[in-house]
Design a protein around this ligand. Structure first.
Ligand SMILES: Nc1ncnc2c1ncn2[C@@H]1O[C@H](COP(=O)(O)OP(=O)(O)OP(=O)(O)O)[C@@H](O)[C@H]1O
Ligand SMILES: [Mg+2]
Length: 381
């Protein structure tokens, strides 16, 4: 199993496990190096964090210093402020020049935050003491980091992953004022490039594409789609050569990519199991292992459907029925098969898209975002 997990991890995929994303990698690298802020959107588990980590590794040899804050684990504004502070203290210490004057120069940059410096076994340590409420602390810290980077002539990238969580933080501080606090610093940033990433499209689009909202127009958007079929074929063949010194049959790969719909997490989940075998997989073992994954994950995915109105459930199930997706979910023929009025069906389709449960693929056909849920629904009805 170990070989499979190395090539097809269930967590972050970088290095030998990272398939394609050449264009997105180049674009994100360019943005970061050029000081352009980015907002990176992709459905859940499409590889946002892997892309960012890969780009940070690509940039590791450059002079750009990076820090990442995962907002998923922050529960309120104070917590977010604390996590950002840890990140800023860490990256501040890393960009500090060698020598006795380091502290003095950074002290100036972080003056509003009463910085304390100490030198330990791991080198310089900075402690910041932000003033007042978290919104103010956040702005001061980010502005301080930008000043510090400018003073020492370094570039910094600050990644805020799962950024939509900002909208879910406990409302003691209004989320929009947190957004405002961040925007204030991002707007004035000359040396820090920001990467905002997340998966809940309607929340993020609200933050980044609504003229009324503070983050509007500050960032360039990168959308992460599924990895292309040809890229996956080449990648999987290479992994087969690495594992068994022989290729996998083309129709086996085709089946594997069809069942998983090239959803990166499920490609990896399935391949990790198949790569545990003694020989390259045959179609039967692809089907059998996929079936087991659907057994394990399908019920959980389907649990989400219980909260949906009946019309949306009907629409979702009908779209799932077709392995090839549905070209016109609004067509008279399709809608009448659901026994729903056209307007209700239309509304249901829009709601499912809004909830990121269905999407329109590159070829224009509508499918479920989650291939396990698709298989589960096809099997159950
Ligand atoms: N470029 C890639 N090549 C191969 N596998 C990948 C690639 N990108 C992501 N994966 C795989 O897809 C899955 C999801 O990756 P990752 O956690 O980076 O996605 P994410 O979009 O950040 O997910 P989440 O929405 O949960 O934060 C993991 O199993 C990872 O190994
Ligand atoms: Mg992620």
């Amino acid at each position: 199993m170990a070989a499979g997990m190395d090539l097809f991890p269930l967590g972050i995929a970088t290095g030998a496990a990272h398939c394609n994303r050449r264009e997105e990698r180049a674009e994100l690298s360019r943005n970061i190096a050029g000081g352009t802020h980015t907002w990176l959107w992709g459905h859940r588990r499409t590889g946002k964090t892997s892309l960012i980590e890969q780009v940070l590794q690509d940039l590791a040899r450059s002079e750009i210093a990076a820090a990442t804050v995962d907002l998923l684990v922050a529960h309120d504004a104070e917590d977010l402020e604390g996590r950002l502070r840890t990140a800023v203290e860490g990256v501040g210490a890393r960009i500090a020049p060698q020598g006795k004057q380091a502290g003095q120069r950074l002290a100036e940059a972080f003056r509003a935050l009463s910085p304390e410096f100490s030198v330990g076994a791991m080198g310089l340590k900075i402690r910041l003491n932000p003033p007042g409420p978290p919104t103010r602390g956040i702005t001061e810290m980010l502005l301080g980091l930008d000043r510090a980077a400018g003073m020492v002539g370094r570039r910094v990238v600050l990644v805020l992953d799962e950024f939509q969580q900002l909208s879910h933080l406990s409302p003691r501080t209004a989320p929009r004022s947190l957004e405002g606090a961040i925007r204030h610093a991002v707007e004035r940033s000359a040396n820090v490039a920001y990467v905002f990433s997340g998966s809940q499209r309607h929340l993020l689009a609200g933050m980044f594409e609504d003229e009324e909202r503070p983050l509007y127009r500050l960032c360039r958007k990168i959308t992460l789609d599924r990895i292309g079929e040809a890229d996956y074929r080449a990648f999987i063949q290479h992994a087969s050569e690495t594992r068994w010194r022989q290729p996998v049959a083309d129709d086996v790969i085709a089946r594997l990519l069809k069942l998983t719909e090239r959803h990166p997490y499920y490609v990896n989940a399935l391949c990790a199991r198949l790569w545990g075998g003694e020989l390259p997989p045959e179609i039967e073992s692809v089907e059998a292992h996929w079936s087991r994954i659907v057994d394990e994950d399908g019920r959980v995915a389907a649990g989400r459907l219980q909260r949906l109105p009946a019309s949306q459930r009907a629409m979702l199930k009908a779209i799932a029925q077709s392995e090839d997706g549905v070209e016109h979910p609004g067509s008279h023929q399709f809608v009448s098969s659901l026994r729903l009025p056209a307007s209700t069906a239309n509304h249901a389709r829009a709601a499912l898209e809004h909830e990121d449960l269905i999407h329109r693929r590159g070829d224009g056909r509508w499918t479920l975002v989650d291939p396990v849920l698709s298989s589960y629904l096809r099997r159950s009805y």
